[in-house]
Design a protein around this ligand. Structure first.
Ligand code: TYD
Length: 164
């Protein structure tokens, strides 16, 4: 079986979460899971970065509405690190339409909407790499040794081939 490595992924805490005072709860959920925060900041998005970020949706009729929503208020961007972090964060995030998302997921627990669905999370390793480069300068991402990681993972986990 393939080696499972530490990955980094991008989360955006969207304007609806900020407006509802949920930012702390969202950050808390990722931290409690065992994901390591390696970058975090508040920024205001503009049309240029949104057209890049939502390039797969720019031709959709709802794109102008998302772009307005995402640029009208600031957002919090976060880089999270962990073993298979991209998939792990997507599982915590839940499906796009909040009212259909599984209970226990962030979208499932806190949202009803498709647009106001609390967080963005990178959907692949390749997109995570691109999105982290889009939103963070290299010096805004930190390599730090989390003392808790010995309790979060088994010794050597992710260094050897897993046989699952
Ligand atoms: P998408 O990349 O399809 O989903 P996800 O965020 O789960 O990876 O869509 C990006 C965002 O675009 C989505 O989080 C909310 C918004 N959106 C709408 O507002 N209406 C829609 O019909 C869709 C599909 C997405």
């Amino acid at each position: 079986m393939a080696k499972k490595r530490q990955e980094r992924t991008l989360v955006i805490i969207k304007p609806d979460a900020l407006n509802r005072g949920l930012a702390g709860e969202i950050i808390h959920r990722f931290e409690r899971k065992g994901l390591k925060i390696v970058g975090i900041k508040m920024i205001q998005l503009d049309d240029i970065i949104l057209a890049e970020h939502y390039a797969h949706l720019v031709d959709q009729p709802f794109f102008p509405r998302i772009a307005k929503f995402m640029s009208e208020w600031p957002v919090i961007v976060m880089a999270l690190e962990g073993l298979e972090a991209v998939n792990s964060v997507r599982l915590l995030t839940g499906e796009t339409l909040g009212r259909h998302a599984d209970a226990g997921t962030i979208r499932g627990d806190y949202s009803m909407s498709v647009q106001a669905n609390i967080v963005h999370a990178s959907d692949s390793i390749e997109n995570a790499r691109k999105e982290l480069a889009r939103f963070f300068k290299p010096e805004e991402l930190f390599d730090w040794n989390c003392l808790d990681s010995q309790a979060i993972y088994a010794e050597g986990e992710g260094e050897e081939d897993d046989d699952e």
